[in-house]
Ligand binder design. Sequence first.
Ligand SMILES: NC(=O)c1ccc[n+]([C@@H]2O[C@H](COP(=O)([O-])OP(=O)(O)OC[C@H]3O[C@@H](n4cnc5c(N)ncnc54)[C@H](O)[C@@H]3O)[C@@H](O)[C@H]2O)c1
Length: 428
Amino acid sequence: MASEREPIAVIGTGYVGLVTAAGFAELGSDVWCVDVDVDKVALLTHGEIPIYEPGLAECVGRNRGRMHFSNELAPALEHARLLFVAVGTPPTYSGDADLSAVHAVVDAIPRSDRHALVMKSTVPVGTGAAIRRILAQQGKPRFAYVSCPEFLKEGSAVEDFLAPDRVVVGDDGDWAGDAVVALYTPLDAPLVRTDIASAEMIKLAANAFLATKISFINEIANVCEETGADVLEVARGMGLDHRIGEHFLKPGIGFGGSCFPKDVSALKQLAGNSGYHFQLLTAVIEVNELQKRRVIGKLHKHLGSLVGKKIALLGLAFKPNTDDMREASSLVLAGRLQADGARVRAYDPIAEDAARELMVGVEFADCAQDAVLGADACIVVTEWPEFAELDWRAVAERMAGRLIVDGRNFLDPGVITAAGFTYEGIGR
Ligand SMILES: NC(=O)c1ccc[n+]([C@@H]2O[C@H](COP(=O)([O-])OP(=O)(O)OC[C@H]3O[C@@H](n4cnc5c(N)ncnc54)[C@H](O)[C@@H]3O)[C@@H](O)[C@H]2O)c1
């Protein structure tokens, strides 16, 4: 049966692109997916999902008939007016966003008065204006442009796409903005329809604020450690104030992932490029970097020198329910441990393949009980649910030492101490 929903194209089928494509297909659109990665498109064409994201394989599976994959732009241009752009915008050496993939898309699109670029990638404020200037210079002034930033969280991306807190559409009030709004209408989410620059800033400001909240509670945790307060009690007491809210008040060993570090840095650089020194974000970044390293101090406190010590890392992905290792705290931690002379053995339920490429000199185990064998200390880096279910008495029998560092305050300290361990959390 022909779909009544507007067909769309999605350029870039990574975490955001593939989820966006599957989500719109679930809502009834035919989706023409384009990616430069030949292997990725081959996998997707054969029904395989290149990333781990709960519910994504099922969603793509349900909508296979509506999802089309190609390395070529032409079929997408033929079938769709709206070209959602979800290519990567990683940080450059200077901390600015690298927009080369976005510009490759802009350069590849033809002259047209019936198409629109819909920017899902996170880009600096002013990118939309710059792209429209470039389009005009390239003789494509009638190619419409919409900013539609994405707020999904890895680990619950499909759910987030289908039940967003809000949809942000930045445009000139033209047909393309209306068409994007119409696509999202069935989700019944609050809509913020605004100008392009404000839409771009909403995304950066939202991520910077969340990162600020994390660095704030991490600093409170560090002060709690010095003063005898329990940061979990403090966070609960703070979070019940609805002006503050309970979310993102979880102390730990720093934020990572593909978004927060790069978006905070991009906003700081964006401000700097326009002559404003965003002092708060400088501190947010610095606190986060130091937080990843504080765990080493906890190990020194209990073990003395780390030379020759065996340290088990449980969890490597930047957060649970994803295989994404971008900017994961585990990378810094493993590097610091090795630099201090420790031997690192690690386990992650999903992210091992991605981690192996990034963590030189680290041994990998097939399960948590294997990772802790002979370890002097064990650090829980990522709060995968299975670690809470571990038989910690069996862990104690397998380890050489008796130290558990809970980098996410995720374990029950009573269970850990009852198993014979010394428990070190964050800020308690
Ligand atoms: N990952 C997240 O949780 C998240 C959340 C919100 C927003 N974002 C933003 O969304 C954007 C994409 O992030 P991601 O995590 O999905 O990235 P990703 O690296 O997982 O995916 C990007 C994809 O784009 C493809 N690509 C690169 N150049 C291309 C081109 N010229 N034509 C077609 N395809 C091309 C790559 O091969 C890759 O498959 C970024 O700007 C990111 O900041 C990410």
